[in-house]
Write a protein that binds this ligand. Sequence first.
Ligand code: NAD
Length: 499
Amino acid sequence: MTSKQEQSPAAAAIPSAVRNYIDGEWVAAEGDDVQPVVNPATGETLVDITYSNTETVDETVEKAADAFDDWRATSPVKRVQYLFDLKQELEDRQEDIAQALTREHGKTLAEARGEIRRGIENVEVAAGIPNMLREGSGNVEGIATNMDEHAVRQPLGVFTAITPFNFPAMIPLWFLPYAVATGNSFILKPSEKVPLSSQLIFEAIDAVNFPDGVVNLVNGGADTVNALLEHDDIAGVSFVGSTPVAQYIYETAAKHGKRVQAQGGAKNYAVATDSAELDQAVPNIIGSAYGNAGQRCLANDVLVGVGDVYDDLRAEVLDAIDDLTVGNGLDEETDVGPLITGESADRVLEMIDDAIDEGAELVVDGRDFEHPDYPEGYFLGPTLLEGVTTDMDIAQTEIFGPVMCLAEADDLDEAIEMVNSTEYGNASSLYTERGNEARKYRYEVDAGNIGINVGVCAPLGFFHFGGRKGSFFGDLHAQGEDAVNFYTDKTIEIQRWYS
Ligand code: NAD
């Protein structure tokens, strides 16, 4: 054990290898590219990951395609029994998953536990698929003489999901339960930076005993993704990640004739008016901007004070930042964990410096933060900039770090114009006690998710989840009824019987 490992509090057991799960078996990944998976709080290497090569992808798709015929013929009522069992297996393992998640990602244990609950929620919602499959299918009897017409939902084959680093346990579960409950087989390609939570989720899947080949895990990087995108037997692709990659996935998958839903990056503003209940709003604003160390697609990293509220808002934000504790997510008192990599921390530092060059004022400076116990960790202290205007790069580019920008607007119209100035449309929040302001905001802000006095407006599993503009490429979003529509197609059956 290295000295760094000794510094990690409550070091729970984590998987000792990153393996693939193909056709019901755990197998070592094959490929030439081997990379370390690093605990961002300590800099320690947790395990190595091998990026799967094209042959492995081909074999996995073949096994998943073989499994499809029988799985499709299994009744939805029986299919969801596996999900009921999976829910229980995940419930039983949630603390182990949370510990692994915190160690590979850096988020706090409380955040990790909350994330797993949101993932399990999707398993629960997808367990209602027999009922959801009925919706949207019409039956018209006697449409002409002796003639009936029905619309019947059918699964499409093998689906894959390619997921990002920031919610390693939850985001795979936005897709996996819906894809398999609707009768498809499925391949997960998790982020190569955080493969450990998926190992534990697939241990739960293995315990549930899905028929071989129905649910598969392939670890890897961009080449692994490309092999999936180009494979003839992949019917559809779900993606979550940064906007340039989302756009690439959308175009490439579509070019290869696949269904595709690609969720991209974000630039989310929060706005507070003079009617906001600041005592309630400010903790919420802080949680949104600095929670998950700002590495959240729903994080509001710009806060606009409208008119007179600005000075009080600024003062309360400063007090709240003062109370934040930065550290290893395994320490229960930590509020803000590290960034995922040293490169991420450098990128955010550069954004702060550029913003200062462009005229923003640094009010809280977290740039030189060093944790005495974790000198190798990729930490940044909470940072606050003010005087930020929409022509600055930092007002238009996703920060994905523990940095918030303060801006001012004379009225709500100006604030909404600022919110809508970015190329993204994932989320936005308004803090107000006035119904007419809330209504105007909901109506005029061009974003897929709007929070009124809610800073992280993540929809529950039975609603769809997705953004607009540069935050989403495709038509049907993740979760809920959109997931059912994405993972099935409707066949029209017209029947005539002569006697
Ligand atoms: P990323 O785009 O770097 O990686 C996401 C996935 O794409 C990974 O599995 C990775 O292996 C793969 N990938 C990366 N580069 C690729 C390439 N050139 N070709 C093919 N595949 C490639 O994203 P990330 O850094 O892991 O995640 C952070 C981003 O995800 C942020 O922009 C965040 O806003 C976004 N995000 C969006 C949502 C949403 O719901 N819209 C949710 C979570 C995260």
